[in-house]
Design a protein around this ligand. Structure first.
Ligand code: HGY
Ligand code: MN
Ligand code: MN
Length: 411
């Protein structure tokens, strides 16, 4: 292991120790929290050690800039995120930021001089603390409006605007984070696969061709809170009973979808009043449906709409369904895909062309700039989990492929 990659592994471990006090195992370091601020300071220091000029934009996206010899040319962007979801692992997003810093350090150590400027980015809020993910990259492409900062809130009711204020960011300046698409020639993101395909195929590098996208909805079912003992079954308007039917229907419709690649999840649920002896009067749950095939996904979502209508009217419940996220599956740029493949061939490492089931900032940026992604294996396909793990040699190979890709794109 070279000196820099040794620092990559110890840096991943060091960053993993910066987290908010949250019950349960794993790492929780949500965006716009003191822990995230501490992590931002540490990653900025590592960027500067690698010779990068650092800055924060109005959304809290962290940039590390390596000026090219022809800075007027559109730049090469790379990076990912270092905020986490709840009780998460140490590699999701983090590899794409620290690995990019390591790749730049390796290229500089090899006296490579980029024609195009290279920027390493730590995107703010890739994880959905506030219901929708990728808020930093959405601010860059202009799909996060100032008004949404006051309406999108986390599980404690803290809005994005209030959370930004608390860490010294001014929500009124969010539009300053807009990127100039003409100034970016490519964005390449190194990331763990978060699935088990590479491990099962025994291949160490994934070349991503397209990224699945989410359609997320928030459903509130309202019935009537009543005494659990004295209310006969025939007289109940049980919101949680209705929610249970909806949850199983989401699972069935996703599993039986036209594409065979749709996934559907209900990951959150709130029950009111939440007492063992009161029939639930109201339930709120979030539905996440994803696919690389847009119309198959939308067929499932419209079938979910119909099912909610049928279940709620049959049970005498009222249903309120709120659109949370509607993203389009993102194709990776063929030239960038070809470049990553060429680097793998040059390194003599086998690779697998594949799709990403998880979304990434690359999915959002892909609406305006050419994107590419490089995957390394996740042990047992585990991610968004404390046992998330990728072997050091696999991390190093991913960084090598990224370095080779950046060198070709920036030359
Ligand atoms: O949910 C996702 O796909 C991403 O890991 N936040
Ligand atoms: Mn994630
Ligand atoms: Mn991620």
């Amino acid at each position: 292991m070279s000196a820099t990659t040794a620092s990559l592994h110890s840096r991943i471990d060091q960053l993993a120790r910066i987290q908010s006090e949250v019950l349960g195992a794993g790492i929780t370091r949500e965006v716009y929290t003191p822990a995230y601020g501490e992590a931002t300071a540490l990653v900025s220091e590592w960027m500067r050690e690698a010779g990068l000029e650092t800055r924060l934009d109005a959304a809290g996206n962290l940039f590390g800039r390596w000026n090219g010899s022809e800075p007027q040319l559109p730049a090469i962007w790379t990076g990912s995120h270092f905020d986490t979801t709840l009780n998460a692992g140490a590699y999701d997003g983090v590899l794409g930021v620290l690995g990019a810093i390591d790749a730049v350090a390796q290229l500089r150590a090899a006296s490579f001089v980029p024609r195009r400027t290279v920027e390493v980015i730590g995107f703010a809020g890739e994880e959905p603390r506030f219901g929708a993910g990728c808020i930093g990259s959405r601010a860059m492409v202009g799909t996060l409006q100032r008004s949404e900062l006051d309406t999108m809130a986390d599980r404690d009711g803290v809005t994005i605007a209030a959370a930004m204020d608390a860490v010294g960011l001014d929500p009124d300046r969010i539009s300053e984070a807009r990127l100039d698409p003409g100034a970016v020639a490519a964005f390449v993101e190194l990331h763990i696969e978060q699935g088990a395909v590479l491990e099962q195929r025994g291949i160490a590098v994934g070349v991503v061709e397209r990224i699945a996208a989410p359609h997320q909805l928030r459903l509130t079912l309202t019935g009537e809170a009543r005494h659990a003992g004295s209310t006969p079954m025939a007289l109940r308007l049980d919101a949680l009973g209705g929610a249970a039917e909806v949850i199983l229907t989401v699972e069935r419709l996703a599993r039986d979808s036209a594409s065979g690649t749709t996934v559907g999840t209900v990951g959150t649920i709130e029950v009111e009043p939440g007492a063992v002896n009161v029939i639930p009067g109201a339930v709120t749950l979030d539905i996440d449906v994803r696919d690389v095939v847009l119309d198959a996904r939308e067929q499932v979502v419209s079938a979910i709409h119909d099912a909610i209508d049928e279940i709620s009217s049959r049970r005498g419940l009222s249903a309120e369904l709120r659109e949370m996220v509607f993203d389009r599956p993102a194709p990776c740029d063929p030239q960038i895909v070809a470049t990553v493949r060429a680097v793998c061939e040059e390194l003599g490492t086998p690779y697998l062309d594949m799709a990403s089931g998880a979304y990434h900032d690359a999915m959002v940026l892909g609406a305006q700039v050419p994107i590419g992604m490089i995957f390394v294996p996740s042990r047992a396909g585990l991610s968004h989990h404390p046992d998330e793990y990728t072997e050091p040699a696999q991390l190093d190979l991913g960084v090598k492929v990224l370095a080779g890709t950046l060198a070709r794109l920036a030359a």
